[in-house]
Design a protein around this ligand. Structure first.
Ligand code: TXA
Ligand code: MG
Length: 370
């Protein structure tokens, strides 16, 4: 299959060329084809959510197990009812506060949503993204676009069109290039089919932000200290995941998410102790000829041995910058042939929970605490 890459400037969506590109991409979706497209979180790999064949194509293109459910993206509030049965008051309160935006809600699905899209579940994940290109494409494609992140299964999620080309060239019909994404980590996911609601994946919409809306509805999250399930833990009854098999028999069998090819270790502690630990470890390895990479904050980036490849993610007090560059840096480690990666931990602010969640998955939970 030949993959066409179309550039659409999100600032000039009403240019003739942008309108034509969106119309063509929408037609691909309506015909059951696949289009990778930008959202405010990461790029998605879209197919018609109401067409079971499109869902099968998505799984095949990603190399993802077909029992791992997809998120249904909408671009009109009224479309929520078409895919979710009688959404509760909490769903509307959360939508009112955070949609369009980087929040996904798990609700009970309607008969219109095929089991292929939801991995056989009777629940559905729904999101109304805020990215103008995503919204235009969803509308042009019929209103309901199933889209996982547009990476090959196990690779870091794509934050620009080039990442989509790397993973999906020749496997999808079209890639809409709308530039770099704004957030860089996938949406927060909250499950509203359980009581109390549970955060399944931390993201830009943090636990305290969600708790505030829930409290306004007389509900709450399991833990009022602001702590949430930090891993992508599936609710009981949900089988399989891109992350790991339902019951990994041995730790080594655990599927690594966002995994770079190199062996990665996360190092957590006071800055000086972390720099010294990573430097000592790196020097030993560099002397054996290994290619070593360090993912760190801007502040410490000058402190490491220059023979190591340094990936400065952003200032420590700017988690948004760190989040935006994280997946690109993990991919760069692969491009640069890095065999051993050390990453500093990031704990500043509520959004860092999402960053740490991705870092812990990327290193397969290989963490050194000093
Ligand atoms: O930001 C995002 O959410 C991006 C963009 C493209 O919107 N999408 C994304 O999709 O990250 P994906 O498929 O990579 O991650 C969705 C996660 C998966 O871990 C899946 O298991 C979970 O959501 N999920 C989907 N439907 C679910 C359901 N009904 N119950 C529980 N988990 C569900
Ligand atoms: Mg994904």
């Amino acid at each position: 299959m030949r993959t066409e890459v179309l550039r659409v400037d999100p600032e000039n969506l009403h240019d003739r060329s942008a309108e034509e590109a969106i119309a063509r991409a929408g037609a691909v979706l309506k015909n059951g084809g696949l289009v990778a497209f930008p959202t405010e979180t990461v790029y998605g790999l879209g197919g018609d959510a109401l067409n079971p064949r499109a869902a099968e194509r998505i799984y095949a293109a990603k190399g993802r197990p077909s029992d791992n459910p997809l998120i249904v993206h909408i671009a009109e509030m009224r479309d929520l009812k078409r895919v979710a049965v009688a959404p509760c008051g909490i769903a509307y309160a959360l939508a009112d506060r955070f949609w369009p935006g980087p929040l996904t809600m798990i609700l009970h699905k309607t008969a219109d949503v095929p089991g292929e899209t939801t991995g056989g579940l009777d629940t559905v994940a729904v999101r109304f993204p805020s990215h103008p290109v995503a919204q235009a494409l969803i509308r042009a494609g019929g209103g309901f676009v199933a889209a996982p992140s547009a990476n090959r299964s196990g690779r870091p999620s794509p934050t620009c069109a080039r990442h989509c080309v790397e993973d999906l060239d020749g496997r999808v019909d079209m890639i809409v290039d709308g530039g770099e994404v704004g957030i860089g980590l996938e949406s927060s996911i909250i499950d509203l089919t359980v009581d109390p609601p549970a955060i399944l994946r931390p993201g830009y919409i943090t636990a305290p932000m969600l708790a505030q809306v829930l409290e306004g509805c007389g509900a709450g999250l399991p833990d009022h200290e602001g702590r949430v399930q930090s891993a992508m833990e599936r609710p009981a009854g949900v089988r399989g995941s891109e992350a790991e098999p339902a019951h990994p028999k041995a730790p080594g069998m655990k599927y690594r998410h966002y995994a770079p090819r190199g062996k990665m270790t996360l190092v957590e502690g006071e800055d000086a102790a972390v720099v010294s630990y990573i430097t000592r470890s790196a020097v030993l390895l560099l002397e054996t000829g290994a290619r070593v990479g360090v993912l760190c904050c801007t502040e410490t980036s000058g402190a490491y041995d220059r023979r190591a490849r340094i990936y400065a993610l952003g200032r420590r007090n700017d988690p948004e910058a760190v989040a935006r560059s994280l997946f690109g840096a993990l991919r760069a480690c692969d491009e640069d042939g890095i065999g051993v990666i050390y990453a500093e931990a990031f704990r500043e602010g509520a959004f860092s929970e999402a960053i740490m969640n991705r870092l812990e998955k990327a290193c397969g939970h290989q963490v050194v605490r000093l």
